[in-house]
Write a protein that binds this ligand. Structure first.
Ligand code: FES
Length: 360
């Protein structure tokens, strides 16, 4: 039955458009679009990115893979066509999602890829179209788009079509402001169900947490929850944080004034804002110093101690760690008063100074 449906030409495209319309209409009815603070540049980038991805980037990569395949490996074209559909589908979708998990995680941990992924996290509100907000080059380098093209060449078109439909449903759903999982956290009787669901697929609470601005908000984990369709990889590689609420604030800690052209076409177009990572003269500041910093803390307050040494608000985090493997350390002050916080980042009792700097 599923295979027969998948035989219909372009069925995956109809489904994806249907999914977008479904979330788009529901978000509009719920009043989210009317109350949106999105600027014109946000809309231009998101809509253009969606159309360029589907009509230019993907067809181009498919074309290149088919050209190269026909030239160098013609005997492999459609060679998987006789394999069991379920085996093909599972192999395709699991490899696809694993590739995307590592690409996404690497984009958070390396400076250049981070700049290509930064547009996605610049969005200060969630919504179905945020899923498509990345620099053009981010998509061109995305390994799982190349993987899709390869599976198509090998004859797995139906597996790709089904995978695309299910994946878009999960991804757009997890970016949407609709938060379909909210009732599962509100009613105790539904808790066991969501516990199972969130350990399989990415839910809005799980992914919204990744878009949260700061770890100071306990519902936010911008340095984790990298999965796209399945939460399996986050659980396996130690980056999963399950949430039952949603961040209070979305977007980056450091606000910059960037035109959408810099955000979408970086590194070919640069931002005029000198504070922006897309500005040609931008450099991350090394703010490490041996001396500890004395700060005044308030008992019971939460703080984020900078672990990377690049914050301009030492000893606290200002979000400069994005694009590195560092993440800030959250701690709660146990008393009110002056405390010496480590600024050599070598203390054995971080965030507090233990005089390790005297030995350096
Ligand atoms: S700026 Fe966040 S850990 Fe250094």
């Amino acid at each position: 039955m599923i295979e027969e449906i998948l035989n219909i030409e372009n069925i995956d495209i109809y489904f994806v458009i249907g999914i977008i319309l479904f979330f788009g209409i529901l978000e509009s009815i719920s009043g989210f679009l009317k109350n949106s603070n999105r600027k014109k540049g946000d809309w231009i980038q998101e809509i253009m990115s969606f159309f360029v991805l589907g009509n230019l980037v993907k067809p181009l990569i498919v074309f290149l893979i088919f050209k190269a395949g026909d030239l160098y490996f013609p005997e492999y074209r459609s060679s998987l066509g006789s394999y069991s559909f379920i085996i093909l589908f599972l192999s395709y979708i699991l490899i696809d999602d694993l590739l995307q998990y590592w690409y996404h995680r690497t984009a958070h941990e390396t400076p250049f890829l981070w700049k290509l992924h930064r547009p996605h996290h610049q969005a200060e509100e969630m919504g179905y179209f945020v899923s498509y907000r990345n620099a053009l080059l981010y998509y061109l380098l995305m390994p799982n788009i190349w993987w899709v093209a390869l599976v198509l060449f090998l004859g797995g078109a139906k597996a790709v079509a089904l995978g695309l439909i299910l994946k878009q449903f999960v991804i757009i759903g997890s970016h949407s402001r609709l938060k379909w999982d909210k009732p599962f956290y509100e009613y105790a009787v539904l808790h066991p169900i969501i516990k199972v669901i969130e350990r399989i697929i990415i839910t809005p609470a799980f992914h919204h947490s990744h878009h949260g601005t700061s770890r100071l908000d306990s519902a936010s984990e911008p340095n984790g929850n990298f999965g796209n369709m399945f939460s399996l990889w986050d659980q396996l590689f130690g980056t999963a944080t399950f949430q039952n609420s949603y961040p209070k604030e979305y977007g980056l800690q450091q606000k910059t004034n960037d035109p959408w052209t810099a955000s979408y076409f970086y590194p070919f177009v640069k931002s005029p804002d000198p504070k922006s990572e897309w500005n040609s003269g931008f450099k991350k500041t090394d703010t490490l110093s041996l001396e500890a910093l004395s700060v005044s803390l308030t008992k019971g307050e939460n703080y984020l101690w900078c672990a990377c040494g690049m914050s301009t608000k030492q000893p606290f985090c200002d979000g400069s760690h994005h694009g590195s493997k560092f993440k800030p350390q959250k701690f709660t002050a146990k008393r009110t008063g002056e405390v010496k916080l480590c600024n050599c980042k070598k203390s054995n009792q971080t965030p507090f100074c233990d005089d390790t700097h005297l030995t350096l």
